[in-house]
Design a protein around this ligand. Sequence first.
Ligand code: HEC
Length: 171
Amino acid sequence: MKKNLLLVSMTLFALALILPACSDDDGGTAGTDKMLFEMAKSTSGFTWFENSDANLPKSSGTGHSEPLLRTRYNSPAATMLDGDGRIKDGITFPDGSLIVKELLNSNGSIGRYAILYKQSDHPDADADGWVWGYIAGDGSVTEPAVNKGAGCRGCHGQAGHIDFNLMNKFF
Ligand code: HEC
């Protein structure tokens, strides 16, 4: 009897050690959105689409509600831009590429960040290596990365996309 009690308490003790470790994994997912948010907020070292930081009116094809936008590419992503700051035909972005679309309110303030981050071996990456982020300016998450772009890929994979990017098609 005593032995059983000891076994039970040892099992409970082991569970108490294991369970928090499991919920840490969920924290890692929240961590992906936080990581994307931090990466998106920093603006240094980016190249703007068409080499211009001007606010553009959203296109007819957009799935994003804010009226204005501008899109920038970190240095690995910018290797896939031509001299005019447009995406080269038929390219695939390398791992480490970060593409941030700032979705802006009519007064020019940030409404949300729409984010594409290429990291093939990331647990939240889709089959094409993209991690999808959709995060408000205050850090609240509109569509979590763990969804792997479920609400994004259908539209972003439409005819004329370049590695799921649509700026070239609509601008
Ligand atoms: C109904 C179509 C549609 C849906 C759904 C959609 N987008 Fe977009 N997205 C666009 C279009 C069109 C553009 C090009 C510029 C614009 O917004 O007019 C774009 C641009 C972008 C860009 C800039 C890079 C580029 O050239 O594509 C990012 C990043 C982005 N979207 C992320 C997302 C994320 C993340 C989601 C899902 C949470 C999402 N989008 C859902 C249509 C869509």
